[in-house]
Design a protein around this ligand. Structure first.
Ligand code: GUN
Length: 292
């Protein structure tokens, strides 16, 4: 069994990005600029956004964090999105999800200029991704593709099972693994209502778990020699930790790892790659790689 080290891979990619930014600056260009909008004080969201701002520093990017309290109105948030859309100094921005229930998340996403949508959540980017056109690909699936590529995992013609059907991970992951220029695999999407879930998962050469249920995937769901990618990051109580919790993946790592040819740990697997791919998308936005 080989561990797929997302932390080390992300560190290497961030160094590559930083070197590219210094080349841009040396030629008289300006540093890529990412803005992040954070609403409220959800612990997970705070941690993610802090990580994104830190990664900007490591890549030589400029970053701006815009904070609102939980009681921000939809109009105020739409106003913020409009200002960021119009700001020529901002190359790309994200609105951290989830948003409070009184705000229509989809309305906010659709208000973002798709040319600055470095999360790849806008329907224009989702649609272009689905038909293989240049676009911003959402960071988690892009990070997983990059891990598979850098670890030499063959995907062409292989059987891939994606566990989960979220807009952020499951759906785009299945699309990308299916497409000729990315995974070129045979893809099955399983979810909470799939019949014979364990048998389906056992057919996978590559199993991507993104169902959001801690330690859901046990050894009975994994074929001997499979590559297992764990997207789960649920906070579970842990009295031995200073914070009082630890991150638990969707995979029962101890039980499943011995069956795998390769597996991602949690933390240190997919998570660091997600932030890193947001940096790559921001660099692409600054260079107008996807849209003029
Ligand atoms: N919430 C969980 N993951 C993400 C992400 O990748 N982007 C944003 N904006 N919010 C998230």
């Amino acid at each position: 069994m080989k561990l797929i080290d997302g932390k080390a891979t992300a560190a290497a990619i961030k160094e590559e990005i930083a070197a590219e930014v210094e080349r841009i600056v040396a030629r008289g260009g300006r540093r890529p600029h990412l803005a992040a909008v954070l609403v409220g004080h959800d612990g997970g969201s705070e941690t993610y956004v802090r990580g994104k701002v830190k990664a900007c520093g490591e890549c030589g990017f400029r970053s701006t964090l815009i904070r609102y309290e939980d009681d921000v109105t939809e109009e105020e948030l739409l106003g913020c999105v409009a200002r960021l859309n119009a700001d020529p100094e901002v190359d790309g921005f994200i609105v951290q999800l989830p948003l409070p229930p009184h705000i229509d998340e989809q309305k906010i996403i659709e208000a973002i200029d798709y040319r600055k949508d470095v999360d790849g959540f806008h329907p224009v980017n989702v649609g272009r991704m689905a038909i293989g056109l240049p676009c911003f690909i959402s960071a988690t699936p892009r990070g997983i593709l990059e891990l598979l590529r850098r670890y030499g995992v063959e995907t062409g013609g292989k059987k891939c099972v994606v566990l989960g059907r979220s807009n952020i991970v499951g759906k785009p992951m299945a699309q990308l693994m299916m497409q000729k220029q990315y995974g070129d695999a045979t893809v099955t999407v399983c979810h909470s209502h799939t019949r014979g879930l364990a048998e389906e998962c056992r057919t996978a050469d590559i199993l991507i778990a993104a169902i959001g249920r801690p330690a859901f995937v046990g050894p009975e769901m994994v074929k001997e020699g499979a590559v297992v990618i764990d997207v789960g990051t649920t906070r579970v109580p842990d009295a031995t930790k200073k914070s009082g919790f630890r991150l638990q993946g969707d995979v029962d790592f101890e039980a499943v790892a011995p069956r795998c040819s390769m597996i991602t740990p949690v933390p240190g697997g997919v998570g660091p790659m997600t932030i890193c791919m947001l940096m790559l998308n921001t660099l692409a936005a600054a260079r107008h790689d996807c849209y003029a």
